[in-house]
Design a protein around this ligand. Structure first.
Ligand SMILES: [Zn+2]
Length: 168
């Protein structure tokens, strides 16, 4: 799922409380809840011509497969930075709360990133759980996930609704 989707969810939740640990906790938990929802990543990782039909449950797929997510991650990062500039400097949301929400919401992806670059077994263990959450529901779907096009469209619509709601 896009970091932008996770971060904006955390920011929406941060509007419900001014307690910073609660903001972090809610954002962190929201990432886990959202990752259960099938969102097309598996089909992007596998690609159209992949010999593998399904993303394995145990995080054993290749680095080459993971690399397919990089262009999406770059666009996602640019959109997230743009959204944050808008929310902090135009809408003027509370900067501390907003940053804590974003850190909480993206904390698990941070661990995934650390695992990818360090390969440390501690991070691998944590990342395995993260990976499994994605597969809990998707493994029962006929193609192993939902259509990435539909998922990406829904996530863009979600971002527009959140940014619009926060501006009124
Ligand atoms: Zn995740």
């Amino acid at each position: 799922m896009f970091g932008t989707t996770h971060a904006l969810t955390g920011i929406v939740l941060s509007q419900t409380t001014s307690d910073l640990p609660a903001v972090f906790g809610l954002s962190f938990l929201s990432h886990i809840v959202l990752d259960f929802i099938p969102h097309g990543d598996n089909l992007i990782v596998l690609g159209k011509n992949s010999k593998e039909k399904r993303v394995p449950f145990d995080l054993s797929f290749s680095q080459a497969a993971f690399r397919k997510l990089i262009p999406y991650a770059i666009v996602d990062g640019i959109i997230l930075i743009g959204a944050l500039i808008y929310l902090l400097f135009v809408i003027r949301l509370d900067p501390t709360k907003t940053i804590v929400a974003v850190i909480g919401a993206l904390f698990i992806d941070g661990i995934a990133f650390l695992y990818k670059i360090t390969k440390w077994s501690f991070f691998r263990k944590l990342e395995k759980y993260h990976h499994k959450i994605h597969q809990v529901i998707t493994r029962y779907l006929p193609k192993g996930d939902v259509s990435p096009v539909i998922s990406i469209s829904l996530q863009i619509a979600f971002a527009v609704v959140v940014l619009w709601t926060l501006s009124i």
